[in-house]
Structures are given as C-alpha cells and as structure tokens.
Design a binder for this molecule. Sequence first.
Ligand SMILES: [Zn+2]
Ligand SMILES: [Zn+2]
Length: 345
Amino acid sequence: MKSVVMRDIGGPDCLVVQDVPKPKPSLGEVLVKVTATGICYHDLLDRAGKLHGPQAGSILGHEVAGEVVELGQQVSGLQIGQPVVLFHRMFCNQCQYCLRGRQDLCRNSGILGSNRPGGYGEYVCVPSRNVIPVPANILPEAAALAVCPIGTSVRAVVTVANVHPGDTVLITGASGGLGLHQIQVAKSRGARVIGITSSASKEEIIRSVGADEVVISTDLKFSAEVWRLTGKQGVQAVLENVVSSTFGESLRCLAPNGIAVVLGNTEMKKVELDPGLVISRRLRIEGSGNPTLQDVQRALHLISSGQVKPIIDRIVPFSCAAEAHSILEQRGVSGRIVMKGWREH
Ligand SMILES: [Zn+2]
Ligand SMILES: [Zn+2]
C-alpha cells in the first residue's frame, strides 16, 4: 500500500511516500481503508522528535476517518463498507478508569500514529473498540476532525465546564484549532461567547463561527474589558488554550464559583496563582485533554446535526504531507489541513 513514512526524526522533508506492506487485522482488530486524515500540531512535534513518540520508519496520523474493509476474528457489530472514525487512544478497556468510561485516563494506552502505525497510509489496523461508526451525512474530511479537535472541545465545554444556557464563556486563543470549535460547541449549549485574540486580523473568523464578542488584546490585559462586557458579573467558564501569558487575567474574569478549564501548554511555562482570588471567589481549576468515547459520540451528533462545522483550511493529497507540515509549521492556516486521495499535485 502507499504510505507517507517518516524516514527519520527531523523537518518536514523527512516525510516520504513509500510502498509498505498492507497490515493484516489480528484477533479483535479491524482493517480500515483510510479516506481522510487530519494533520494535527501534535504530528509536527512527533516528527521533530519532541515527544519521545515515533521512531524512524513510523507512519504518523491520529485524526483518521475511513471505511471498514476487513474484520479480524472475534469482531462483531461492524459492517464491511461502514464509514467510521478511529478513536486515537489505544485504551485497555480493563483498568479502573476504562471501566468508568474514562478512556482518557487509561495508563495502559498509546496513541495511534505515535505508538503504532497511524493514518498517513492507505490502510490502518486498530482494535475494534477504537472503531466508531459515523452518521452517513458526515463527509470523511469532517469525520477526521470528530475525535481530536472537536471531541476535545466537547470534553472541555460540555463534560468538564458543564456549560449551560445563559452562561457566558470566555475563550483564549479563540482563533486556534481548538478555539474555533469550542466557540461552536459553547453556542450549541446556549451560551454567550467572548473570544480573546491578540491579533485584529483574526476577529472576522472568530465572529464567523458564532462568537458574540471578540476582545482584541495585544497586551493580553483583557479582564477589564470582559468585566465591562458582562456588566461586572464575570464569566461562568474560561477555556484556557493559551495559559502561559493569560492565566492571571482569565481567573480575574471568572464569576464566583466559575471554572477555568486548562487545555493549552504550548509554551510549557509555569504560571502564578493568586490564592486569595481563588479562595474568595471559590474558583475551580480543572485540566482537560483527550475526549472519551462518549465525548466523541456527542461530537458526531453536533457535526451531523450541523451545530458544529469542522473548520478545514484546505484539503490536500497524502503525497503533499511534507508540504502541508511546513505550511502548518509556519502557522499559515486557520483550521485543519486534511489529507485525502493520493493523486500527485
Ligand atoms: Zn490531533
Ligand atoms: Zn484502561
């Protein structure tokens, strides 16, 4: 089969198209023909060797849509030809966390494309419990985003922040891949959304996905403006995609008993915390990451019903993976680059 192989750790040119043996499903596994794969920032970190994940010769890709083509022994409940999306965490389904439905906390797990061959190829094999059927009205390029950016957004907004109609939600890094989907998920819950961005050029896209207010803050001192916009009431939830340069201001924006959901760690820096503010306002701070299977089901429903539109910057053939990685590395995109088809460009 054709495949984009990472021939070494390094720059985008380490991604090369090669013929590799087509995988065979073993006991409990399913062979899936890949129809579309999203390129995540995580793939770039893996390729550059920053996450101790894949080695030379690996096939990246954890945002994978496809269709079932072969069932291994002891697989039931799936049909040949069925459109599916792959749950990217290889959870064990036996530990105390998995048994509580918290696949995101499973420690016996790896990630598709990081610890086993992923979706940058024509076919991929995964355990059947990682295969999630997709409603017929969702295109492959949209389905590819159901787990990582959209499922992660559902987890943060719905499951962790538990956003309700009438709440006001503040989103930092609002124009990013997570932010643009979080805005839509929060609107689907009946919330009012305030997006924070440091760049005036991003206001249009933030508004276009449904944000009610956009605060352009070049110095990232946005709490006074948020206080004004909420009539001095504060916000019920902050989705913190930036954290390192924004966290103090975000906490100041919260209403009593509000929650700050921590998702971003791009700069990997520590932040200061004002304990007096946390205590006096009874603030809650909670981390959020990978979705669970239930979060992905909710994400698929939101996409299928049109309440969340996957933000796709462009669709390119798999053979352009290296070029797509360098475009993403230069941050020249709003939304995902999705690979689909193998024609030469
Ligand atoms: Zn991803
Ligand atoms: Zn487990």
